[in-house]
Design a protein. Structure first.
Length: 271
């Protein structure tokens, strides 16, 4: 490049720098605008090899993409739920030691504890409850470890849940309590546990039924259902609390030929 070609370019740069100084001095160049102009000037690069060249700022290195912080942990959590469902207690213990979370849920909203309870993996369930798993955490179908255990006759898990903060007023998708579910299935020992814990005896679910009505209507009239009925009456269940059609427990028992139940209910002033 000849001297005649270089001089006009230097002069142009000097004029641009002078203009930028005027704008900044006048308070017209600020924020984003100043950065834009500065980048434009930097793009001119150096002029020849002279000591008067305009220095170009070194380019900033590209910012690395953020690494998902929980990606590795999510893998541990998924494995924990799977291991709990198949009942592999050794693997569950190893995953817990590695940092897997007992509160993590799968796509259905199920924790490792719920997976264990649904699959009757009692040893795993004990391990998870001891590790701090929430006995009241519900899945997408409103089932919790406490409610599911009561409905399926897993008395050891019910007992553990009660000693680890089970919510006595928690309800399932039919707005039924653990007592209603246990009474429906004739789980005598669980009914005893729940009544001793102070669970409300006359709660009415979405179907309009109490625990007493479910024991009569959905039971088979056998000795275990008779015992459930007596337990509920002894706990103060209303023998005349009718269903939505106005049918009382006594009338339901009579229509089904459950003579022993009828006598129990009549002794409790049922009609």
């Amino acid at each position: 490049m000849t001297r005649s070609q270089t001089r006009p370019r230097r002069q142009a740069i000097a004029e641009m720098l002078g203009l930028m100084g005027l704008l900044m001095g006048g308070g017209l160049l600020a924020g984003q605008a100043s950065q834009t102009l500065a980048r434009s000037l930097g793009g001119l690069g150096s002029i020849g090899n002279s000591g008067n060249a305009l220095a170009q700022s070194p380019p900033r290195p590209p910012r690395p993409a953020p690494i998902p912080r929980n990606d590795g942990m999510a893998g541990l959590d998924r494995n924990l739920i799977t291991a709990a469902g198949i009942g592999d207690v050794d693997l569950v213990n190893r995953l817990l030691a590695a940092g897997a979370s007992v509160q993590a849920v799968d796509e259905r909203g199920r924790t490792a504890l719920l997976a264990a309870v649904y699959n009757r993996r009692n040893e795993v369930a004990r391990t998870l409850i001891t590790a701090g798993a929430d006995v009241n955490r519900k899945d997408g179908e409103s089932g919790s470890p406490f409610l599911v255990a009561a409905a399926t006759g897993q008395i050891e898990i019910v007992r553990l849940a009660l000693s680890h903060g089970a919510d006595l007023r928690s309800t399932d998708r039919y707005d039924g309590t653990a007592l209603i579910a246990a009474s429906q299935h004739g789980n005598v020992e669980i009914v005893k546990l729940l009544l001793k814990a102070g669970m409300p005896v006359d709660h009415v679910n979405q179907l309009g039924w109490t625990a007493l009505l479910e024991a009569v209507v959905l039971g088979d009239g056998s000795a275990r259902y008779e015992e459930v009925v007596q337990l509920l009456l002894d706990a103060g269940a209303d023998a005349n609390l009718a269903d939505r059609e106005g049918v009382t427990p006594t009338r339901h028992a009579r229509e089904r030929g459950y003579k022993t139940m009828v006598r129990m209910l009549m002794r409790a002033r049922g009609h």
